[in-house]
Design a protein around this ligand. Structure first.
Ligand code: TXE
Length: 496
């Protein structure tokens, strides 16, 4: 059976159910391959993807309208991560010996087993990189997958399925269910074993509620409202360049974009002017030297415009941009906003557009308090020449990742766990934590010396109380004599 199913609305349940059952059939075959054999397949996939970077980027661009540089970046992220998985998963999935404590005549270990069938539900903003991340972590740990790509990036989702079928030779291992949220909802209720969801906080909450019914475990990578803190001793010119990149890359449609900047009062004016100058140099379009493509669609542009209108009506000032770019589809000008406060949606709600609101702060304490005053907690960045000061601030930010004197770059470090706190979700992707997320630990205890009767079993000839006190003496006696006496009594009873 081919693994691509254009799920139509009237056949949602049956189409999704057949993808899940086909995945469940093939999963044991895949899991029977050693982690090393699966790693070889991941490296083969990496080669295929790297060799087809341009054509893959074209598909991503056709779905999202993003510029080629960003689409190629997605391909690079996917290839980096495949190499990381291939080199890490076999070591991580090796069974671990466990300590048995005082039960020394036993041996114990932990195996990391696949869940079975994982549902990977992914968003439109990095449709290739994020789908490949969820899918490949799941198959590296021996799972099968049903991928539900965003309805705004169906071709990319189908392409991921085709690439996985080619690399693994098992078309059913990764099924692809295209369609909108209803298909995703049907998948959540189709008897899958784990859900890897990446998307908005609102949808994450709906999925968690649906998964509760069947106690299906899940990892939620949700929205963000990343804060940037610029200290008075920061390299202001560099921080301004970093701010524009961190806020405007991908037209701001990155879950860990900088969406708020808190700047020490003593450098605030200098920073704002540097940001305006830097952002005004950005080029919109699809020429090779363009910096920014369009927003994904009218719904995203209207969301950005709504937040800006509300901020302006509450006293905010736009120093640069603030409007859609005429004749560009959904292009939007790089926008810098000041005189903002936390009563405005633009400082509280995810914007997901090329907008940077900037607030002055009196000291680090105020910056930390404002940065933490958010329902989200994905990434944050701290800009200072004093690394101790930056680390101190980082330690007090309620987020999943803090980058010092940069932003976004953590996502490219495959060995770093990625995820957030609060409204940004829970669980982690990437790093060994990401592998742990999609594999299930199973403890195994086996006998080493077989005794007639275990000291802790019912003692039909003596007293359980005596056994318990012997155990305490043996384990925690204050004197050696007491320990030895307790151990001797335990051994005597066991050999009786
Ligand atoms: O999300 P949506 P979008 C977040 C980003 C932003 C959002 C944008 O912050 O908030 O993603 O992506 C499917 N049951 N991140 O608009 O609408 C839907 O069809 C099951 C965070 O796509 O939540 C799509 O495939 N599935 C991230 C997927 O969910 C449902 C990085 C996401 O859709 C469903 C990137 C339902 N009831 C973006 N409703 C991170 N933190 O890593 C919808 N879907």
């Amino acid at each position: 059976m081919d693994n691509l199913r254009l799920v139509t609305m009237d056949t949602v349940e049956s189409s999704v159910a057949s993808l899940v059952s086909e995945a469940r059939c093939i999963q044991p075959v895949w899991a029977a391959r050693s982690p090393e054999e699966r790693a070889e397949v991941l490296l083969r996939l990496r080669r295929i993807v790297a060799d087809r970077a341009d054509s893959i980027a074209w598909v991503v661009q056709s779905d999202t309208g993003k510029i080629k540089a960003e689409a190629l970046f997605e391909v690079g992220i996917a290839c980096d991560y495949l190499r990381y998985l291939a080199h890490t998963a076999p070591r991580f999935l090796r069974p671990r010996k466990a300590k048995t404590g005082w039960v020394s005549h036993r041996r114990a270990s932990v195996r990391y087993e696949p869940y079975g069938v994982v549902a990977a539900i992914t968003p439109w903003n990095f449709p290739f990189a994020i789908s490949m991340s969820s899918v490949n972590t799941a198959i590296a740990t021996g799972n099968a997958v049903v991928l539900k790509p965003s309805e705004h990036a169906p071709a990319t989702g189908r392409l991921v399925g085709e690439l996985l079928a080619e690399a693994t030779g098992l078309p059913d291992l990764v099924g692809v269910a295209t369609g909108d949220g209803r298909v995703g909802a049907a998948l959540v209720e189709a008897g899958i074993d784990k859900i890897a969801f990446t998307g908005s906080t609102a949808t994450g909450k709906r999925i968690m509620a649906a998964a509760a019914e069947s106690l299906t475990p899940l990892v939620l990578e949700l929205g963000g409202k990343d804060a940037m803190i610029v200290c008075g001793d920061a390299d202001v010119a560099r921080a301004a360049r970093g701010a524009v990149w961190g806020a405007m890359y991908g037209c701001g449609q990155v879950c860990m974009s900088i969406e708020r900047a808190y700047v020490a009062a003593e450098v605030y004016e200098e920073f704002v002017q540097a940001v305006v100058a830097e952002a005004s140099r950005l080029k919109f379009g699809d020429e090779p030297n363009a910096h920014m493509g369009p927003l994904i669609g009218a719904f995203q542009r209207e969301k950005v415009e709504r937040q800006l209108e509300e901020a302006l009506s509450s006293g905010a000032r736009v120093l640069l941009g603030g409007r859609a770019i005429d004749g560009s589809g959904h292009g939007f000008e790089p926008t810098v906003v000041v005189d903002v406060d936390h009563d405005m949606a633009i400082m509280r709600e995810e914007t997901f557009g090329p907008v940077l609101p900037i607030m002055p702060v009196q000291d680090d304490e105020q910056a930390i308090r404002l940065a933490n005053q958010s329902e989200y907690g994905l990434d944050a960045s701290v800009w200072s020449r004093d690394s101790e000061r930056a680390r101190r601030i980082a330690g007090r930010l309620d987020v999943g990742t803090v980058v010092i004197n940069d932003h976004l770059i953590n996502y490219l470090m495959a060995d770093l766990p990625f995820g957030g706190t609060g409204g940004s979700g829970f669980g982690r992707m990437h790093g060994e934590e990401g592998l742990r997320e999609l594999s299930r630990p199973k403890a195994i205890v086996e006998d080493r010396i077989v005794l007639g009767r275990e000291p802790y079993w019912f003692d039909t000839t003596g007293s359980g109380e005596e056994t318990a006190s012997s155990l305490l003496d043996f384990r925690h006696g204050s004197a050696l004599r007491q320990k030895m006496a307790g151990g001797w009594r335990l051994l005597r009873d066991a050999l009786r």
